[in-house]
Write a protein that binds this ligand. Structure first.
Ligand code: CP
Length: 314
């Protein structure tokens, strides 16, 4: 008689179960300490060195990623695909939008339990806050939150944003960061939460009252108390004279023109999570301070680091 296959978690041959982050979920920026960020960023930096010298290598050969996207995504989905393939692994792409109306209370747990039969790690983008936590409750494999809910979390975007600042500016603490555009954006909330881990950071916010943070989030920032938030309505010469990082998002009437950048510091890093709108005209793309396409590359290295970590190869 055949012995039935059990559903217990097993450690595949060759996996180092004692590696930090092996088998862990990446659900929220709240799970990271400053030491964790340094650990991730050191690995991400090494990933960049490896990609630039080898292109692709076999660290995750034989591993399979299920890319489950219940919302449209171009950047995050293609970035995770590239990250897995550059590490020698392979990807099951699941465009799950058409299934989001299936009995919602069962659809996600059923999908998770289905794809984990085929894959070693699950990346999930979902329109509902808390979905990645539900997925992680059902999964026996690591789940990575690739953005959920309009005002939820986008931890991997925030990690790549901070890594971009570190690579461009050499440090995070002590910087003046100016954010313009809509703050009702999961990536911005996750970014602010990670910035709260550092010291002596001032964040100047230029947004409309309709697009501003809600009171609950502002109270969270005040409670932690490490970040100085300043509200302004225009991006003028004074603000640009002390800004080290200009983080631009959609939803602002301000246009970052070459003339405006003439007023900025010679060393300023301009970031944008993309897609861009009229706020970021293509005529500034050739300015060496425009770091948003390098930011895409940094995102690849961070997501490679995260995949290697949760699969025990970091
Ligand atoms: N920045 C970002 O999350 O883009 P996508 O929605 O295309 O993944």
């Amino acid at each position: 008689m055949n012995t039935p296959l059990t559903k217990t978690k097993h450690i595949p041959f060759g996996d180092n179960k004692d590696a930090p982050w092996y088998g862990e979920n990446i659900l929220s920026v709240g799970q990271f300490s400053l030491d964790d960020l340094n650990f991730i960023f050191d690995i991400a930096h090494e990933m960049g060195v490896m990609v630039n010298s080898l292109g692709t290598f076999d660290l995750l050969k034989g591993k399979i990623l299920a890319n489950m996207f219940y919302e449209p995504s171009t950047r995050t989905m293609s970035c995770f695909t590239s990250a897995m393939e550059r590490l020698g692994g392979s990807v099951i792409p699941i465009f799950a939008q058409q299934y989001s109306s299936e009995r919602p209370e069962a659809a996600l747990p059923d999908w998770v339990r289905t794809v984990e039969a085929y894959a070693d790690v699950i990346v999930l983008r979902h329109p509902t806050i808390g979905s990645s936590k539900i997925a992680a409750q059902y999964a026996h494999k690591p789940v990575i939150n690739a953005g959920e809910g309009e005002t939820g979390e986008h931890p991997t975007q925030a990690l790549l944003d901070i890594f971009s600042i570190r690579e461009e500016m050499g440090q995070i603490s002590g910087l003046n960061i100016t954010i313009i555009g809509s703050l009702k954006n999961r990536a911005i909330r996750s970014l602010i939460r990670l910035l709260m881990l550092f010291h002596d950071i001032t964040v100047t916010l230029i947004s409309t009252s309709e697009q501003f943070f809600d009171e609950e989030f502002l109270q969270e920032v005040a409670r932690v108390g490490t970040l100085i938030l300043i509200n302004k309505s225009v991006l003028d010469e004074t603000i640009l004279s002390f800004t080290d990082v200009l983080y631009v998002t959609q939803g602002t009437d301000i246009v970052v023109t070459p003339e405006l950048l003439d007023l900025a510091k010679p060393k300023i890093t301009i970031l944008h999570p993309f897609p861009r709108g009229p706020e970021l005209p293509m005529e500034i793309d050739s300015d060496p301070r425009a770091a948003y396409f390098r930011q895409m590359e940094y995102g690849l290295y961070v997501r490679m680091a995260l995949l290697a970590m949760v699969l025990g190869k970091a």
